[in-house]
Design a protein around this ligand. Structure first.
Ligand code: SF4
Length: 194
């Protein structure tokens, strides 16, 4: 027994309400959107609060945490998979974050497949592949033509998180060729000049 007082349900609800306001503001300020279904959103944020109390970090409320932070880093909300899922399916895996079209009712969100690889070893290998050869692993560099924001991901975001320009305003930047080493200047001629 550590003697630490565990928060009761009411306290957890209160924390979730405050966190929901904060995350919602942060999301809107950076081109992301909460699911407009406030009841569902609250339950998911409440799950983040519960996981923070349980593990010490806000792990994804819809997935099983290992409890080892190093193995769960990719699942700390917002998880590593959010952006690609929103672009491809209009929602993150939990349905907490949705695309602008879903938020505005122009598209529907539904359950989506899990893109996270099942074992820690597989995920580590994938991360290494992305680090060593981002293009080969499907990662591309995108630049917002309006404000110059640059990101590296499979496809550009729906909206620029800085200036809110739409997806179509992004252009792909090819990876830079490694710079060729500067040519060495010829060694001075040691022959004495007359
Ligand atoms: S799936 Fe959604 S709620 Fe779950 S960690 Fe990712 S961004 Fe957060």
């Amino acid at each position: 027994m550590t003697g630490d007082r565990q928060p009761d349900e009411r306290e957890l609800d209160g924390r979730a309400e405050l966190l929901m306001i904060k995350l919602d503001e942060q999301a809107e300020a950076s081109g992301y959107h909460f699911n407009p279904d406030r009841e569902m959103t609250f339950l998911l944020v409440r799950g983040l609060v519960t996981n923070t109390v349980r593990y010490g970090y806000p792990g994804c409320p819809c997935r099983l945490m290992s409890g080892k932070k190093i193995e769960d880093l990719d699942l700390i909300c917002p998880c590593d998979y959010r952006d690609d899922d929103i672009v491809q399916f209009g929602t993150c895996f939990c349905n907490l974050y949705v695309s602008k079209a879903v938020k505005e009712g122009r598209a529907e969100s539904h359950s989506i497949p899990e893109r996270r690889l099942p074992t820690f070893e597989e995920r580590k290998a994938e991360m290494k592949k992305r680090r060593d050869d981002p293009e080969g692993a499907g990662m591309k560099v995108w630049r917002c033509k309006v404000c110059g924001y640059i990101c590296c991901r499979q496809s550009p975001p729906d909206e620029c998180p800085i200036c809110f320009a739409e997806k179509a305003r992004f252009e792909r930047i090819k990876a830079m060729e490694p710079q060729s080493a500067p040519k060495a200047s010829p060694a001075p001629d040691p022959t004495p000049r007359r």
